[in-house]
Structure formats: C-alpha cells, structure tokens
Design a protein around this ligand. Structure first.
Ligand SMILES: O=C(O)[C@H](O)[C@@H](O)[C@H](O)[C@H](O)COP(=O)(O)O
Length: 266
C-alpha cells in the first residue's frame, strides 16, 4: 500500500500504487466485511453502484474469494440504477450480473434489482417498498438514529464532477430527507432516468466505500476530502458522511494526486 491514513472526518484513505493492488485491497475489504456481517447477523446486505466499480471488484470471482466468501448469505441491492431494461447495455444490474454476480454462487432470489417495467418514479417507490419489507424481516438492519435502512456495505464510485450514486451536484435530490429511494429524469450523465438511494440512506450504512481511480477525478477527490473551506460548493461526495458507520476511500495514485500533501508523500 502506498499510503494509508485517516483524514479528519473524511474517513480512512487507502491510496494504492497500482490498480492491481487497489483491486486486491478492495476484494479483501469486502470479503472481511462479509465475514463479520455473516457472523454477527447471518446475512450480508450490500449495495452496488455502476461504472468502473464492478470491474475493480473483479478479484472477488477469483481464488481465494470465490471459495471463501459465503455467497449464499449475500443480499444484493443497487445504490443507484439506470431506468432501462435489465438486459440493456446501460443497466447497472446487467453490468454487475455479467461482470461479477453470474460468476459466484449468489442465490437468485437474493438479487434485488429494480422493476424495469415501471417509470422512474414508480420504480423508485417500488424499490423503497421492497427495501422496507426486508428491513421488517431484518435482512437489512435499521439505524437506531435515523430509522433508515442500515446496509452492511454501500459501494460507491465517483464521477469527475463529484457525483456519487445518482446524486449529482446542485440537484434538488441532495436535499431529499424523507424518501429512502428517489428518482431523477435529468441526469447529466446518460441515461437521464435513474433511481438512487438518498443521502440519509447512504449515511446510515454500517460501511461506505468510495472507489475512485484516474487523474480526471483528482480535483473532485481533493474537493471531496481536503479541508477546502466554505467558498467551495459542497460536492455530493463530500456529503457522504456516515453518522455511525465507517467511510473508506479506495484511491489510486492519479486519483489521489491533488490531495493536500500528496506531493510530499511521494
Ligand atoms: O450508474 C452510475 O452511473 C453510477 O452508479 C455512478 O455513480 C458511477 O459510480 C460514477 O459515475 C462513477 O463511474 P465511473 O467509475 O465509471 O467513472
């Protein structure tokens, strides 16, 4: 590991020399959280995002994780999803299914993707209803301070504009406090229609990991993590602040290159 440390309230930073090391560290981290959660609760409720994250999780399909992870105890959700058919090339479900979930023995009924025959608004309401049922049966824990679902792990990517899940800068959904799952029809990143976990749900999780690679995101990483003062508008990624849970940033060197002090640590 190139660098590891805590950054005030911004969580733990894990900065890796190479993508290969980042992928190994990420697989280790997920496998460990799965083990702890299965031991404590009998299940592991994990929410995925789209984008490069799924490829970076690829080592989970390989030895030793393919055999050591208790896949039958995984319940899988999406922190955000594009409102397209499940077999559409833009579907986050399809991305995860093809790249990861079809290669390990997940129980098909534990895969909780959106109903792709509904409108964005209906799909968000329906997804929240599904999550409410699973909170009731304690497949998903509940936060004792927010009453929100408390996922064991929420995995997020981040765009160069600092968006996470489908929470984009300056969008009104950033202020959503009542819904668990909401929708947008004007995503600046195509496709335009998406459903997304809201910030209260993300910040109620036991663990949140933000996985970011590449120099195009270095400025957003700096603005999301460093103490930049009040003059900068808050990026969605900066609003990821688990109330009781643990936040970890997985970064490669190019993504971390504009962090304060990064030059001196090379
Ligand atoms: O469905 C989506 O578009 C995402 O969930 C989104 O939040 C993604 O994680 C980031 O845009 C980062 O994507 P990349 O890692 O591919 O840049």
């Amino acid at each position: 590991m190139a660098l590891s440390g805590a950054h005030k309230d911004r969580g733990e930073l894990r900065i890796q020399e190479s993508l290969d090391e980042l992928c190994t560290d990420l697989a280790d981290y997920i496998a460990e959280l799965s083990e702890v959660s299965v031991k404590e609760r009998g299940v592991f409720a994990i929410a995925l995002s789209g984008g490069s994250l799924i490829g970076l999780m690829g080592k989970l399909c390989e030895a030793p994780y393919d055999k050591t992870v208790d896949w039958a105890k995984w319940y899988i959700f999406w922190a955000d999803e594009r409102v397209v058919a499940k077999n559409h090339v833009d579907s986050n479900y399809k991305l995860a299914k093809d790249g990861l979930l079809s290669k390990v023995p997940i129980v098909p009924s534990h895969l909780h993707s959106i109903n792709d025959s509904l409108s964005a608004e209906e799909a968000a309401n329906d997804y929240e209803f599904v999550i409410r049922q699973l909170v009731r049966t304690r497949v998903i824990s509940v936060s004792d301070i927010s009453d929100c679902p408390k996922f064991d792990l929420i995995l997020l990517g981040m765009g160069p504009d600092g968006h996470v899940a489908s929470l984009f800068p300056n969008h009104s959904v950033l202020n959503e406090e009542d819904e668990w799952v909401t929708f947008i029809t004007d995503s600046p990143k195509p496709p335009p229609e998406r459903i997304t976990f809201t910030l209260p749900v993300i910040n109620s999780a036991s663990n949140v990991a933000v996985v970011v690679t590449g120099s195009s995101k270095a400025e957003a990483v700096h603005l999301a993590i460093d103490d930049v003062g009040p003059d900068f508008p808050s990026l969605p990624a900066r609003l990821v602040q688990p109330t009781q849970g643990k936040l970890v940033w997985f970064l490669d060197k190019p993504a971390a290159s504009k962090l304060d002090g990064s030059q001196s640590s090379e």
